[in-house]
Design a protein around this ligand. Structure first.
Ligand code: SF4
Length: 419
């Protein structure tokens, strides 16, 4: 979501005559697009602002946008006196107001609207992967999560607007579309004629766009997986056979405390349905270890499910208390050293499985999408349908290539273009 927001902000500033620079000392306007999901990211914002303040031109304006802006509100101006703007994730389209009057302080952390999508100028060029949000906010109330506070209640965008933005992205260069939402598979929009659209409708309509070769979406909530969506994985060739479906914990006790509205058995049943319609599907997940009250036995259940499902790549984090959340004030917080030990154990298991899956890809042939040159600038990185980076040597990288995998390690694949 932040990548999308960042691209739209850049496009908006370009529309106002700005060009991008990597050098802070050259910049006339500097903004930090911030994430508040974990405490560490939030903590870094103010030290980064201090660094920007020291490095910028005296008359350059600077500020924060995104979830930390929403969380901090006017407090940010109290902490950093000469900060120019603080704009929440649904207000960054208001940034041009400060351009006409740089001496004001611009604060807008309001929620609840889709106004930004209408106000932003369309992008003029898309990377091969275009991120298209289908909704804002989230109605699930996971007890650890700050998102319902920072991004507000869930609102689905009109179906026609999403398809128009998708078509436009395809017209200006996109080959892969990644639909975004905090609860993306919960997308539901009813138009003025009473017709209701779900994520499966968006995917089917997008698949009709000839320049689009690959479709995916993130992030899914397990119990929002409707049968129409699951069945598409068996019928729609453009839908990648790869899905992020966060489980967070393998313990029913902890899932309940997290207010995740499924049990372990229900989660596994959903995965089984996917495997039934698409035997080649691979799953990734998110995990939180050290949630308040997590016993050794609860944690072992998380290890067991990680082994059983065999996720091919996952995001695992130590629980970090966030303001405005119920879990932050739960009494049975887990000491930091235990959280760290558990994270090391889980990561080792997840890494082993990732390596194993990557090795199993050797000699297979995948249709891959070009991403960028690698660090050396000599080789090139493609992405397989399972989103593994695949490094190839070629003088003429094409947007899509058939690649035979020749070797692999935990982090990436190496391959040879065969077509
Ligand atoms: S579903 Fe995701 S975004 Fe929504 S509250 Fe839960 S963790 Fe946060």
């Amino acid at each position: 979501m932040n990548v999308y927001d960042g691209l739209r902000i850049a496009a908006m500033l370009e529309h106002h005559g700005f060009t991008q620079t990597d050098n802070i000392a050259d910049a006339d306007i500097i903004l930090l697009n911030t994430c508040a999901v974990r405490a560490k990211a939030t903590d870094k914002v103010y030290s980064a602002l201090g660094r920007i303040r020291r490095a910028k031109k005296p008359d350059a304006i600077y500020g924060i946008v995104g979830c930390v802006a929403r969380e901090s509100g006017s407090d940010a101006f109290r902490k950093i006196k000469d900060l120019n703007f603080v704009l929440g994730p649904q207000s960054y389209h208001k940034l041009p107001e400060i351009l006409s009057d740089p001496d004001t302080k611009l604060l807008d952390i309001n929620l609840g609207g889709l106004e930004k999508f209408d106000e932003l100028p369309p992008i003029t060029k898309s990377p091969y992967v275009a991120y298209i949000p289908v909704q804002e906010g989230c109605n699930h109330c996971c007890t650890y999560c700050i998102v319902p506070y920072t991004r507000g209640p869930e609102i689905s965008r009109p179906f026609d607007d999403i398809i128009a933005e998708t078509q436009h992205a395809a017209d200006v260069g996109a080959i892969e579309i990644c639909f975004l939402g905090q609860n993306v598979n919960g997308y539901k929009y009813t138009d003025k004629n009473g017709k209701t659209y779900r994520l499966s409708d968006i995917i089917q309509e997008t698949a009709k766009i000839s320049n689009i070769n690959r479709i995916r979406f993130t992030s899914s909530y397990p119990t929002e997986m409707t049968d129409d969506l699951i069945e598409l994985f068996g019928t729609e060739k453009k839908l990648l056979p790869f899905l992020n479906m966060p489980i967070q914990s393998g313990s029913d006790n902890i899932l309940k405390k997290m207010n995740r509205q499924y049990s372990l058995a229900e989660y596994i049943k959903i995965i089984d349905k996917f495997k039934h319609v698409q035997p080649n599907i691979q799953i990734s997940s998110d995990f939180i270890v050290g949630f308040p009250g997590e016993s050794e036995q609860d944690f072992e259940q998380t290890m067991d499910v990680a082994k059983r499902i065999g996720y091919i790549n996952s995001y695992s984090f130590k629980y970090s208390p966030r303001p405005h959340t119920a879990a932050a004030i739960m009494p049975d917080q887990i000491p930091e050293n235990i959280k760290s030990e558990r994270l090391i154990k889980l990561d080792a298991l997840l890494n082993d499985r990732q390596r194993e899956f990557n090795l199993s890809c050797i000699d297979k042939i995948f249709d891959c999408l070009y991403e960028s040159p690698d660090k050396t600038g000599i080789k090139h990185i493609y992405r397989t349908p399972y989103m593994q980076p695949c490094i190839v040597t070629t003088d003429k990288p094409t947007p899509m290539a058939k690649i035979k995998i020749t070797s692999a390690n935990k982090s990436c694949l190496h391959g040879k273009i065969i077509d």
